[in-house]
Structure formats: C-alpha cells, structure tokens
Design a protein around this ligand. Structure first.
Ligand code: GRF
Length: 218
C-alpha cells in the first residue's frame, strides 16, 4: 500500500460526544492541520458531535443505520455521501459501528480510527477498563488505518500515559483522551502530507534526502 493522492478534503464519522472531532476542528482552525473538513456524518440522530460540526460551519449529516434494512444498504448510503463530498480521507472519531466490505471496498485504504489503547493490546469496547483490569502500568492511544479486522490495521501513531495505582476507568480514560486530542490531528496531518508507504503492516515515512520513491525500513 502506498500513499494515495490526497486532496486534503476529509470527512469525520461520529456516533456520540465528538471531542476528537473538536480536536480536528480546532487543529484546522489553528492551522496545525492543513485540511478541509468537508462533512461530519453521524450514524445516530442527535449525536452531540453534530452540533459541534454546525457550530464550526461544517455540513452535519445524519445517516442513521437504523433506517436501513441491512449493513450493506447503510454503507452504500455512507459511501455515496462521502463520494458526493469529494473526500480523500475519512476519520472515524468515536464511530461505534463495524464497517464491512461495501464501505471498505470504497474507502478501506483511506480511513483512520483513533482507539484508546496501545494496540494491539485491548481492541474493542471499554479499552481503558480492559487495561486497568489487566494491570498494565502504561496505557495510551493509537491512530491506525481501518481494515476488516477490529482495531487491527497499520498503526500511524501512538502516545503513552502512565497508569496510576488509584486510577478508575474514568480517570484513566480522561488521561488517554488528552493524548488522543493531540495525536489524531498530528496523524491526519502526517497521512495527508504524503511521502509514506505501508511496508508489511508498518507505516513508514520517507527519510528527507532519500531519492523519489525510496522508503525507510526500520
Ligand atoms: C474515544 O475515546 C475514541 O478513542 C474512541 O471513542 C471515544 C470517542 O470520544 N474510539 P469522542 O466522541 O471523540 O469524544
């Protein structure tokens, strides 16, 4: 997999609160992220993230999965919306829906997700509680490409936080969330900036001064 041409128009898929969406909006406004958020799409009507989009003047679209008879029909509608907005990168930000073949065939190599653990540890829901119950001393967040495997695609960026003895799932989640808000815009900027490749399952950036097309291998 190689860097694909990027027009810097992105969409953000959400289901809930939207604090990572807000981090992306703020990064664009502060010019830390050179991108246009062309649409925010929610699969749940009334998701608070939609209001954040409206406040920022971004088209806020609801495509409620409940309105569709199958996953395939839901994903067909999402893909049509994204194509209509001419986006070249999709960012999942608290999007609580598994994406299947119909979506992945269209945008599978162009979709990022942020997950509140140091993957491959603790995929799936309640990652912070899983980490706490496992007794790890370091936790964190991961931005990764989306594939058919749950939280399993190539890793773009990770950030770590300590786990404190007196942490609850909530205090740990809050510490990790602060990392997510810094990490996600940085990772999106890295991907949009191009000059990367996926070697095996490793995301690598070209070293400055290398010839065209050459990539670094760890
Ligand atoms: C974040 O913890 C993210 O890592 C996970 O879902 C949560 C979404 O939070 N995938 P928000 O909606 O961005 O505030």
């Amino acid at each position: 997999m190689h860097a694909i041409s990027m027009n810097r128009r992105i969409a953000v898929l959400v289901s809930g609160r939207g604090s990572n969406l807000q981090a992306l909006i703020d990064a664009v406004a502060a010019k830390r992220l050179d991108a246009t958020i062309a649409a925010v799409v929610a699969n749940v009507a009334g998701a608070p993230a939609l209001e954040r989009a409206r406040q920022a003047g971004i088209p806020a679209v609801t495509i409620a999965h409940r309105d569709f008879a199958s996953r395939d029909l839901f994903e067909t509608a999402v893909v049509a919306e994204l194509r209509g907005r001419d986006v070249s990168l999709v960012c999942l930000a608290g999007f609580m829906r598994l994406l299947g073949r119909t979506y992945l065939d269209a945008f599978g190599e162009r979709t990022l997700n942020v997950h509140p653990s140091l993957l491959p540890a603790f995929p799936g829901v309640d990652a912070q509680r899983q980490a706490l119950e496992h007794g790890v001393k370091i936790a964190g967040a991961t931005v990764h490409f989306v594939t058919g495997e749950l939280d399993g695609g190539p890793i773009v960026a990770q950030g770590a936080v300590p786990v404190h003895d007196d942490d609850s799932a909530e205090t740990l989640a809050a510490r990790i969330l602060a990392v997510e808000h810094r990490l996600y815009p940085e990772a999106v900027a890295s991907v949009l900036g191009g000059g990367w490749a996926i070697q095996g399952r490793t995301y690598v950036k070209r070293v400055d001064g290398d010839g065209p097309g050459q990539t670094r291998r760890r």
